[in-house]
Design a protein around this ligand. Structure first.
Ligand code: AMP
Ligand code: ZN
Length: 113
């Protein structure tokens, strides 16, 4: 059994309120939201980060399509939103299972720090 937090979420060992799900991915709220809408998109299959997942570009495309669908379902399309994948220590990645953040519902500063 995997010790990976997001594998546990994907395997339903840790329950979340999924906003959207497909055969290959899940979208659910971030536990520590940094914006009025803050969702995470994860693959059900384990990849440590975006770099590792480049061997499966079809999956990356699928996850980004899920992200846009989730953003639309949350009403973010009109004013816009941000999709970001922190990758590695310099970016502050804290969970080593690929995930895209979807942030929206307020003005988002740039650069992000
Ligand atoms: P990152 O720092 O880019 O790796 O993002 C990891 C994100 O996972 C953070 O924004 C955390 O708030 C979020 N997170 C950690 N544990 C959980 C959990 N059990 N359910 C939902 N989100 C979580
Ligand atoms: Zn994992």
């Amino acid at each position: 059994m995997s010790e990976c937090l997001f594998c546990k979420i994907a395997n339903l060992e840790i329950p979340v309120e999924a906003v959207l799900e497909s055969d290959r991915g899940m979208v659910f709220p971030d536990i520590s939201p940094q914006a009025p809408v803050h969702l995470l998109v994860i693959p059900k299959e384990h990849y440590a980060d975006l770099d590792a997942a480049t061997r499966d570009p079809e999956l990356i495309g699928h996850l980004l399509a899920l992200a846009t669908e989730a953003a639309r379902s949350q009403g973010l399309t009109a004013n816009g939103y941000r999709v970001v994948a922190n990758t590695g220590p310099d970016a502050g990645q804290s969970v080593p299972h690929l995930h895209f953040h979807i942030l929206g519902g307020r003005m988002l500063g740039w650069p992000p720090g």
